[in-house]
Design a binder for this molecule. Structure first.
Ligand code: HEC
Length: 138
């Protein structure tokens, strides 16, 4: 009996891990998908963003792009909370078109006072580009 229960707990864990890791479909639409309990439709659960993309932004951009930082008065200011910041980041990209996305253009040094932070052959570039490719058009 106990063994059975352990097995089903394991199955549930594996399933949720699998769903997060192998999520290849389009990211959830912004409107209403899994909105927070407070009903804020802007708070979307997007695991690819939270687990893969946001840590890159935190480690490579937040030094300047934070409140009071060198780029603290731009449209790209990170708070440290991925779910809160997602809508702001989405507003800086062109869903489905990484090359046309301001976020990646600036990150690669195009008209960016912060210089070239990421090169196009960097795996972090691919991670962000793949996330943008998976976003559905607004
Ligand atoms: C050394 C500091 C520095 C770093 C690191 C840095 N930036 Fe910037 N960034 C700036 C400054 C300063 C500006 C404002 C002036 C400008 O637009 O070039 C800016 C502007 C931007 C803008 C335009 C925002 C707007 O309001 O139009 C984007 C997008 C951007 N950066 C993305 C990034 C990304 C993505 C990273 C990390 C991969 C990054 N930056 C890392 C300094 C930095």
């Amino acid at each position: 009996m106990r063994f059975d229960r352990k097995l089903s707990v394991l199955a549930v864990c594996l399933c949720s891990l699998g769903c997060a890791d192998f999520h290849r479909g389009p990211a959830p639409r912004d409107a209403g998908a899994d909105a927070g309990a407070d009903g804020d439709a802007a708070l979307v659960a997007d695991w690819t963003f939270e687990i893969q993309v946001y840590p890159i932004l935190e480690s490579r951009c937040q030094g300047c792009h934070q409140g009071g930082g060198m780029a603290g008065s731009t449209r790209f200011v990170l708070t440290g909370n991925a779910r809160m910041d997602r809508a702001m980041v989405v507003a800086l990209v062109t869903p489905g078109d990484p090359g046309a996305s301001l976020l990646l253009q600036r990150a690669t040094g195009e008209a960016h006072a912060g210089g070239q932070v990421i090169t196009q052959d960097d795996t972090d570039y691919d991670t962000i580009a793949n996330w943008i490719l998976g976003l559905s058009a607004p």
